[in-house]
Design a protein around this ligand. Structure first.
Ligand SMILES: [Zn+2]
Length: 312
């Protein structure tokens, strides 16, 4: 097994923030303690590490996650076709991954009742970090909008019953989802608008409703439009994510995304906040701890145990 290094074009970035790719020996221990010696670490709050897009090089990809200083990866569920792969990955990397459970809006079709029954059964079996990803996607196909809303409302009700945060997928549907959340009007309903791409008004509405904003590769795009959101919304409500394998940040735009590219997102947020990536890491880690109540999941052997250190 060759030691893994961070991707080539990440090297200058790692050098500037004092992160050094560490020599790695055993793939079986790739998710434990090794990155504790880094000055600070990241949490990727939304990444599909179990995706078939990583089938050919998953072990090496996971080594790069480690080398980039991402200590914890939170895995959003999609549907029955990938639940098992997600849970297998979580089992293979028990100290650096946590799974959500839920039904993705794009997977809401004729059989959505069966899909929801599977989610409901999983919910009774163990503690989950969140219900997600759930929501509405009106980009490709609006023919299932009513069913998407029904599935979203049902899963919101479970989130309230189980007292869990939700992870929202909103594509061309932020206003529709905010309206549903207003209608549900339950202070227990909380979560994150993953891959947030809305404007300041929508962001403010979401934050006032107890939601966080998941910021990913789009923040690095020239016309991504997220600058005012990052400048004006409270830093306490910002989370970092990649949504790998999708939406790779500049300079990887258009390529397969990896969680190892999360530092590119952090660097752009640091630029907009006029601060260091270290401050961004610590602030967003603390936010993730708060929303996902990570103290319920942490064990001393988890490499991410120290990412929740309270900042002043
Ligand atoms: Zn996703």
């Amino acid at each position: 097994m060759h030691p893994a290094a961070a991707p080539d074009d990440l090297q200058p970035l790692l050098a500037t923030c004092n992160l050094q790719p560490l020599p790695l020996s055993s793939p079986t221990k790739t998710d434990t303690v090794r990155i504790n010696s880094l000055p600070y670490m990241y949490i990727d709050t939304h990444t599909h590490l179990y995706s078939t897009k990583f089938a050919a090089d998953r072990a090496e990809m996971m080594e790069r996650v480690n080398a980039a200083g991402v200590a914890l990866s939170i895995l959003p569920a999609v549907d029955r076709s990938s639940h098992e792969a997600m849970l297998q990955l979580e089992q293979d990397y028990p100290h650096s991954t946590l799974a959500m459970i839920g039904l993705h809006p794009v997977s809401v079709k004729e059989d959505f009742e069966e899909e929801l029954a599977v989610v409901e059964a999983y919910l009774t079996q163990r503690r989950w970090v969140a219900i997600g990803e759930i929501g509405m996607d009106l980009h490709w196909d609006t023919s299932y909008q009513a069913q998407q809303e029904e599935a979203f409302r049902r899963q919101c009700a479970w989130a309230i019953a189980y007292d869990l945060p939700i992870c929202i997928h909103a594509r061309k549907a932020i206003d529709e989802l905010l309206e549903i959340i207003d209608d549900i009007d339950d202070p227990k309903l909380r979560g994150v608008f993953h891959c947030f791409t809305g404007d300041v008004k929508q962001a403010t509405h979401a934050v006032e409703r107890g939601f966080y904003l998941g910021i990913g590769g789009v923040v690095t795009f020239k016309n991504g439009g997220l600058e005012p959101v990052l400048r004006e919304l409270p830093r306490e409500r910002i989370l970092l994510e990649t949504d790998a394998p999708y939406l790779a940040p500049v300079p990887k735009r258009g390529k397969r995304n990896e969680t190892a590219y999360l530092p590119f997102v952090a660097e752009k947020v640091a630029e907009l906040w006029e601060t260091s990536t270290e401050v961004v890491a610590r602030q967003t880690n603390q936010n993730a701890w708060q929303l996902f109540e990570l103290d319920h999941f942490v064990k001393p052997e988890c490499s991410w145990a120290s990412t929740g250190v309270v900042i002043n």
